[in-house]
Design a protein around this ligand. Structure first.
Ligand code: SAH
Length: 471
């Protein structure tokens, strides 16, 4: 995770006064860490100024050196832990210091869960002005490792050797990930072998600066329920040299693969996938199951990254929705329709709205595959379609929203306050925007319950299911 202190400029001293102290880069200080920030860094105050220190934990006293000074905050590098938190633990990952993927492996898992609950509580106190927000303890994993079903690793060259992994935090240096503790072992095994084969056959790696070469990204995905695996090679060119040998080698060394595909992305962009996908061998998709539902996942189709926790998350959504079978339910920001399909058997009718047409196509296919005749999907903006339907007399009983990190559009909040569904179930991946949006909805709604679910152990991410009931 990229640590972006700028996103946290809202952390001011509580009285709102500006700090007076001058800090300089290179200055050393002793700091007591008070809390964790949204990117997992420790937060301390040096004479009223907020200081973010990566890998420092609440309750610790540390020595740190200032690395950046801005008007409202500073960042510092941890030099030494003077008084250690009981939650401090040794990160099992061998490249934890370099890799930008995780940010909380140095914290005991139970403490991670507690700190995520605290983060949600703090956001609701601050932005929704609730004194005692009803936030339940975070639902964690029994075994919080090997949970990710997809490895999406950039490919590069270092000292003549092919490397694949993630970028080092705040840099453009690739960290070679031979293994990864949070990935399902099948995904890293596929990447390791693909890397070897590409290197042995001398297939050129894409070089961003020169814009030459072929292989950009290796994507390995595993279906947890069926064990099927897929390898996608994202290339800068249409042609892959020695492609026949490549496929033959991959098939013989990775007999568990059911799908090998190529995606072409010739653009100068940090977006991973391009528009063209073609099969190199086998099926274009892998079959996955979640609870009773089945999905065919093509290379670009969205699917939640942690299936075990997704099951728990969707069950929390179902519990919050409290359906009786007679309801019209709207699933806004529905993606490929998974929440709609999870709830369809328990409602009269489910209607999903999603911006991306391909996702809606997938949602329709998924509905058909799962024989959900009472689920329909529409392409559009939630904040446009929902008010339009309201004018036509559509009156939902329950509205589920699952927006991106930016939260709900103001027009949608206004529409919800006009349409007044009995229940709003808010699924959120960003406690700050969640709390701000809830603050506005409190005009007509009461916040009944917030359930954090840990979708990404060892990272600072926290997902929440909130139930709002019409007053
Ligand atoms: N509910 C889905 C995932 C939602 S992710 C699931 O559980 O799998 C958020 C989705 O909102 C993305 O698919 C994104 O394309 C979509 N989106 C973003 N802005 C939107 C808008 N204004 N209206 C509708 N959908 C939007």
């Amino acid at each position: 995770m990229k640590s972006s202190a700028k996103q946290q400029k809202d952390f001011r001293p509580r009285d709102g006064k500006q700090p007076e102290t001058k800090l300089t880069v290179g200055q050393q200080m002793t700091l007591t860490i008070k809390s964790l920030g949204i990117n997992g860094e420790g937060i301390g105050y040096f004479k009223r100024k907020i200081v973010f220190v990566d890998k420092a934990l609440p309750g610790e006293v540390i020595h740190a050196q200032v690395t950046e000074v801005k008007e409202k905050y500073a960042t510092a590098r941890l030099l030494k832990v003077v008084e250690k938190s009981p939650a401090r633990t040794k990160a099992p990952c061998p490249v934890y210091e370099e890799c930008g993927g995780c940010s909380l492996q140095h914290m005991d898992y139970k403490a991670q869960l507690a700190s995520k609950q605290e983060l949600v509580l703090e956001s609701l106190r601050k932005y929704a002005r609730l004194e005692t927000p009803p936030v339940a303890p975070t639902i964690g994993m029994d075994n919080p490792w090997g949970y990710r079903n997809k490895a999406q690793f950039q490919v590069g060259k270092r000292d003549g050797k092919l490397v694949a992994g993630l970028y080092q935090t705040g840099t453009h240096q690739l960290v070679d990930l031979e293994t990864c503790q949070v990935q399902h072992e099948a995904t890293t095994a596929i990447v390791r072998t693909a890397k070897q084969v590409i290197q042995e056959l001398g297939i050129p790696v894409y070089e961003e600066r020169k814009r030459t070469g072929v292989i950009r990204t290796v994507v390995a995905r595993v279906a947890f329920a069926t064990g099927e695996t897929q390898l996608t090679l994202v290339t800068a060119t249409n042609e892959i040299p020695r492609v026949k040998e490549l496929v033959m080698e991959l098939r013989s060394r990775l007999p568990e693969l059911v799908s090998i595909v190529q995606n072409v992305n010739a653009q100068k962009t940090s977006v991973i996938f391009g528009d063209t996908t073609r099969e190199l061998w086998g099926r274009p998709y892998i079959a996955e199951k979640l609870g009773e539902l089945s999905f065919d996942l093509s290379a670009r189709a969205f699917f939640q990254l942690n299936p075990e926790q997704t099951h728990k998350l969707y069950d929390e959504v179902k519990k919050a929705a409290g359906l009786t079978g007679s309801e019209l339910l709207l699933d806004l920001y529905c993606g490929t329709g998974t929440i709609s399909l999870w709830l369809a058997p328990f409602a009269r009718e489910v209607r999903g709205i999603e911006l991306i047409p391909e996702a809606v196509e997938d949602a329709r296919k998924n509905a058909e595959r799962n024989q959900a005749a009472n689920a329909q999907f529409h392409v559009g903006r939630a904040e446009v379609l929902m008010p339009k339907w309201a004018k036509q007399g559509v009156k939902p009983d329950v509205v589920v929203v699952d927006p991106p990190r930016t939260g709900l559009d103001d027009a949608l909040i206004r529409s919800l306050l006009e349409v007044m569904p009995k229940k709003i179930v808010y699924v959120s991946c960003n406690p700050s925007t969640l709390a701000k949006d809830i603050g506005k909805l409190l005009a007509k709604y009461e916040l009944k319950h917030v359930q954090p679910v840990d979708m990404f152990p060892h990272t600072a991410h926290v997902e929440c299911v909130s139930l709002l009931k019409l007053k």
